[in-house]
Design a protein around this ligand. Structure first.
Ligand SMILES: NC(=O)c1ccc[n+]([C@@H]2O[C@H](COP(=O)([O-])OP(=O)(O)OC[C@H]3O[C@@H](n4cnc5c(N)ncnc54)[C@H](OP(=O)(O)O)[C@@H]3O)[C@@H](O)[C@H]2O)c1
Length: 275
């Protein structure tokens, strides 16, 4: 067995180890289930230990022979996040084959109404932690000549988003970083893909108090399982930019070719909270 493959301890090779941040709910959980079903060992990361343990137990029931499921209770914004991930992988004889930077947060409402602490939390999670983890992963992967980082951005990364300004700006950063680093790594065997989903049916919108915004009524939301399947397909084909679903693909083109004087007010209206 190659050292890049995970071992479940019974001698059967897994399809490689995937580390997924924010894997206890929504898109991250759907990804964890899919990767486990496709014979990967999975390290699932989130902060809430109790939910993490319950999720890990459910995933173990799906795991193929030779694959293991490892829960890691971790706030990925903490300085020691990469060390904790490395230690966990080493303890279980696993290698970092695929990293999915999925954990993210949003903030609904005008920037002027946000607290400085919330804005800093968003930047720490959506930008700083994602950058640190991406940097660490590609440093580990490049000497081996293989590996894949998958960063979850958003359609919002293609347009300024009044009423979710910091969130949209953070996802713009994720798209830009991922495409640039993927290019830098050309020919190295390491890929950095970025996922650009439209709205997805998860707790995310309610958590950022955007459930009453117009976009929730006018834009169709995809199921997290459909997003996960699209990501897995994109990963398998080595796609750099993965846009799940027809309407997101259409909007991703429209948002890039239409002028901002048109798209910014429209986006601001869609993101405005209804009274
Ligand atoms: N939902 C959408 O419509 C949508 C659309 C486009 C893009 N996205 C992006 O997709 C990603 C996942 O979204 P989702 O809707 O699936 O989110 P979600 O349902 O709210 O789940 C978020 C997950 O991240 C974990 N998490 C949050 N903060 C963390 C931290 N500091 N450290 C480690 N784990 C953390 C949460 O668990 P704990 O709270 O226990 O840590 C949870 O498992 C995000 O990056 C989001 O921006 C979502």
């Amino acid at each position: 067995m190659s050292s890049l493959q995970g071992s479940g301890g019974d001698g059967v090779a897994s399809a490689g180890t995937v580390v997924i941040t924010g894997a206890t709910k929504g898109i991250g959980l759907a990804l964890a289930r899919l990767f486990v079903r496709r014979s990967h060992s999975v390290v699932v990361i989130a902060r809430d230990q109790q939910r993490l343990d319950a999720v890990a137990e459910g995933l173990r029931a799906l795991a193929r022979h030779g694959c293991i499921v490892v829960p890691l209770a971790l706030d990925v914004t903490h300085d020691d996040a990469t060390v904790r991930i490395d230690e966990t992988l080493a303890q279980h004889g696993l290698a970092l084959d695929i990293l999915i930077n999925n954990a993210g947060m949003g903030l609904g409402g005008p920037l002027v109404e946000q607290s400085p602490a919330d804005l800093e939390r968003l930047i720490a999670l959506n930008i700083t932690a994602l950058t640190r983890l991406t940097h660490h992963a590609v440093k580990v992967m490049r000497p081996r000549g293989k590996g894949h980082v998958i960063n979850i951005a958003s359609l919002g990364g293609y347009v300024p988003g009044p009423n979710q300004a910091a969130y949209y700006a953070s996802k713009s950063y994720v798209i830009s970083l991922s495409e640039a680093v993927d290019w830098e790594l050309s020919g190295s065997g390491v890929r950095v893909s970025v996922v650009v989903p439209g709205p997805v049916r998860t707790d995310f919108h309610a958590d950022m108090k955007a459930e009453t915004a117009f976009y929730r009524r006018f834009l169709p939301a995809m199921e997290p399982e459909a997003i996960a399947r699209s990501i897995y397909r994109g990963y398998s084909f080595g796609q750099g930019v993965i846009v799940p679903g027809f309407s997101a693909r259409f909007l991703s083109v429209a948002l890039r070719i239409l002028p901002h004087p048109l798209t910014v007010p429209l986006t601001g209206w869609l993101l405005r909270q209804r009274p």
